[in-house]
Design a protein around this ligand. Structure first.
Ligand code: S3P
Length: 450
């Protein structure tokens, strides 16, 4: 059942929060733990619906995954050691969960049926299936279609062939699926990425004991994994998610007189494009206590509301802030002058067509937004203007569209309603309560008890 939510303008936000665990690293910690020998313990794992989908799929294939006092424990089955699931594996809304799992399933010698919700069932899987087919994966033709969308039945051949694959789209999910399949193939599997994408798979696999080499070539960075290693279970601390933190930063920037401290934020430079961009726009963000934790850079951020100016965001920055464009567009609506964002073609194949739905939502709220196939220009209202709001924004099962327009509602003249807030639990469970504890006003429509 859908749950419309409404956000109203109120006082400033203030307080200190710990960023929720990073979603990308949470999926990987569970998955790689399952491929290791021995026990992996995980602190700080994001307990969101997307990550639970990965945990449940692993359980369905015989991997003990348990949770006790907020620490997760995975008892590894080793490379190729999963068991055939008795029922279809349901990945809900999560592209990361299903695409990374395809890489792992390619290396097993059984058949599995993969399903997802209405949003995931529209998203392209060919980008992952193509290289995996080259390695030997069989995809059931009766269900697959031109776009290769879910539901799909796939069969691992038992023996995979290593490949060298040049990524046709900048996608960490595709890169990771091929590298994970490469763990199961005899020999060296390489992925070449012309534009860098998030590198958590490479870093975390090394921590588990895999040999992962990174070299430069004329085509881009070459990441090579040596197949059939023995991975060793370990302890992982998952730092805070920079993509979820972006909503907190955005709110603090556009709600006058706000001051928020967000602790334990992942600062890996394949993820910091939003921070770079809002800083160029004039955001006052103090980066404190930079430190290394579990092989990743982490810091605490102090954000205060700031006058912002429009900027031009270059296309090669897109992979480092790919999930942050909807909320950047919201921030840009309050800036002085236009903000131009380029290289956004991948936004069209996220949980919804995020480029289109962001532009539509902005226009519904009275903001001028120009969209092309791969760009978005948002005309900011500037210090003397206002963002009207007063609309019901469609979310199409997209958590980030929902959170972005709720944030906009906290600073717009009129309240903003999003048609469904239930999907927020896929990446940021407890978002409404956390925001309200900081001083925001987000409630179910019709709920007058604030
Ligand atoms: C992710 C990679 C990105 C991102 C997604 C998480 C990952 O997708 O949008 O939310 O964890 O690898 P693409 O790799 O498809 O760009």
């Amino acid at each position: 059942m859908s749950e419309p939510l409404v956000a109203r303008r109120g006082g400033p936000l203030a307080g200190e929060i710990r960023a929720p665990g990073d979603k990308s690293m949470s999926h990987r910690a569970l998955l790689f733990g399952a491929l290791a020998i021995g026990e992996t313990t995980i602190d700080g794992l994001l307990r969101s619906e997307d990550v639970v989908a990965t945990a449940d799929a692993l359980r369905a294939m015989g991997v003990p995954v348990t949770e006790h006092a907020e620490q997760w424990r995975v008892v590894g089955r080793g490379i190729g050691g999963l068991r055939r699931p008795d029922t279809p594996l349901d990945f809900g809304n999560s592209g990361t969960a299903v695409r990374l799992m395809m890489g792992v399933l390619a290396g097993q010698n059984f058949q599995a049926k993969l399903i997802g919700d209405a949003s995931l069932s529209k998203r392209p899987m060919e980008r992952v299936l193509n290289p995996l087919r080259d390695m030997g994966l069989q995809v059931d033709g009766s269900e697959s279609n031109a776009k290769g969308t879910l539901p799909l039945t796939i069969t691992g051949p038992g023996d995979l062939v290593p490949i060298r694959y040049v990524l046709p789209v900048p996608s960490a999910q595709v890169k990771s699926a091929v590298l994970l399949a490469g763990l199961h193939a005899a020999g060296e599997t390489s992925v070449v990425e012309p534009i860098p994408t998030r590198d958590h798979t490479e870093r975390m696999l090394r921590a588990f004991g895999a040999q992962v080499k990174t070299t430069d070539s004329s085509e881009g960075t070459v990441i090579t994994v040596i197949g059939q290693p023995t991975l060793q279970g370990l302890h992982i601390n998952v730092p805070g998610d920079p993509s979820s933190t972006a909503f907190l930063i955005a709110a603090a920037l556009i709600i006058p007189e706000s001051k928020l401290t967000v602790t334990n934020v992942l600062m890996n430079d394949t993820r910091t494009g939003f921070l770079t961009t809002v800083t160029e726009m004039g955001a006052q963000i103090e980066i404190m206590n930079r430190r290394e934790e579990g092989g990743e850079d982490v810091a605490d951020l102090i954000v205060v509301s700031s006058p912002l100016k429009g900027v031009s965001v270059p296309d090669d920055r897109a992979p480092s802030m790919i999930d942050e464009y909807p909320v950047l567009a919201v921030v840009a609506a309050f800036a002085d002058g236009p903000t131009h964002m380029a290289g956004l073609e991948e936004l069209r194949v996220k949980e919804c067509d995020r480029l289109d739905m962001t532009a539509k939502g902005l226009r519904a709220c009275g903001v001028t937004a120009d969209e092309t196939e791969s760009t978005l220009t948002v005309h900011g209202c500037g210090p003397d203007g206002t963002v009207n709001g007063g609309a019901e924004v469609e979310t199409e099962l997209d958590h980030r569209i929902a959170m972005s327009f709720l944030i906009m509602g906290l600073a717009a003249e009129q309240p903003i309603t999003v048609d469904d807030g239930t999907m927020i639990a896929t990446s940021f469970p407890g978002f409404n309560n956390l925001m309200n504890d900081l001083g925001a006003d987000i409630r179910a429509t019709g709920d007058c008890t604030a």
